[in-house]
Design a binder for this molecule. Structure first.
Ligand SMILES: [Zn+2]
Length: 304
């Protein structure tokens, strides 16, 4: 036994930011060229809610962050390492920086580095004031098979990303033919058989999906669909007189093609519940008192 180690008591700093409210964190993953930056720019452009964006670029020069327009949101640059491994502390410090702000953002979006393992990054997110909402993985239809063919750190990284995703979005569909699209989708189904994989060529639609990760759902999908888009958004209004079991039935009854749903519901007992569907995860949980807010419609995004 190492006595020295036993005597050291780690004292975690105690934060109780924003009266215990939790800000949802969406991880946006994907190898280089998959279109993450475009999606984040779309997200910032289409919503008024304050989004804090963390951009992780492993290189010394943070090109990704330079491309992100800073007019609508604020960006925390995480440079010089990868937040899932060599820059873990920097990642945690970025959350510290947000905690010190008087008002919480509504949503944190993390653009992970091309080589990051989203599962490792997700394990760091659930800290006071923050909760991992979802991991969205962009897969470049044009390059994925080539990346995966390389027996290298790149191949490992792209496979780990696919396996860690709640939803897989295949981008760059306009660059490939039908056979290649089919080949990539088949490979994704092998790697992550239980995870919805969607052909989604428009950054606009992907941004709409990601925006649902905000604390209150932002139903702003709509125009801008492209040839490969298969999203359908609907808004279900839930009466305040609904019982918990009827709400359960609605959520259980959502079509299997549902990839995302979110809403804050007050049931007849007065209790507030948060409904969340992300890929295959469906949950209805009490909304913590600190997050008490007016009920919303249930926003549902389906594929097909
Ligand atoms: Zn890493």
């Amino acid at each position: 036994m190492n006595l020295d180690e036993e005597e050291i008591t780690m004292v975690e700093p105690v934060y109780a930011p924003w009266d215990g409210r939790r800000v949802p964190v969406t991880l946006l993953s994907g190898y280089l060229g998959a279109g993450k930056t475009t999606v984040i720019n779309e997200m910032l452009a289409r919503t008024d809610v304050p989004i804090a964006v963390m951009v992780n670029d492993v290189g010394d020069i943070n090109i990704d962050a330079a491309l992100i327009s800073r007019q609508q949101g604020d960006t925390l640059d995480l440079t010089g390492g990868c937040v899932c491994c060599s820059l873990k502390n920097g990642f945690l410090e970025a959350f510290d920086e947000l905690r010190q702000r008087p008002n919480p953002p509504e949503h944190v979006v993390v653009e992970l580095s091309g080589i990051a393992d989203p599962r490792s990054a997700a394990s760091l997110v659930n800290t006071p004031g923050f909760v991992h909402d979802s991991t969205i993985v962009l897969v470049d239809l044009d390059q994925f098979l080539r990346f995966e063919d390389e027996s290298s750190v790149v191949a490992d990284a792209v496979r780990a990303q696919v396996r860690a995703g709640d939803v897989l979005l295949a981008s760059k569909g306009d660059l490939v033919d039908a056979a290649q699209r089919a080949a990539v989708m088949a490979r994704l189904a092998e790697l992550a058989p239980d995870t919805p994989a969607i052909l989604a060529d428009s950054a606009h639609s992907i941004a709409g999906l990601a925006n649902l990760g905000a604390r209150r759902p932002v139903p702003q999908l709509g125009e801008g669909a492209s040839l490969f888009d298969q999203y359908r958004t609907s808004v279900v209004s839930i009466p305040g007189t609904i019982t918990r079991s009827d709400l359960d039935a609605i959520v259980e009854g959502l079509a299997p093609t549902t990839i995302r749903a979110k809403g804050i519901v007050q049931v007849e007992t007065g209790e507030f519940l948060i409904v969340q569907v992300v890929g295959n995860r469906r949950s209805i949980e009490p909304l913590p008192m600190a997050e008490s807010t007016a009920p919303t419609d249930l926003v549902v995004i389906e594929v097909g």
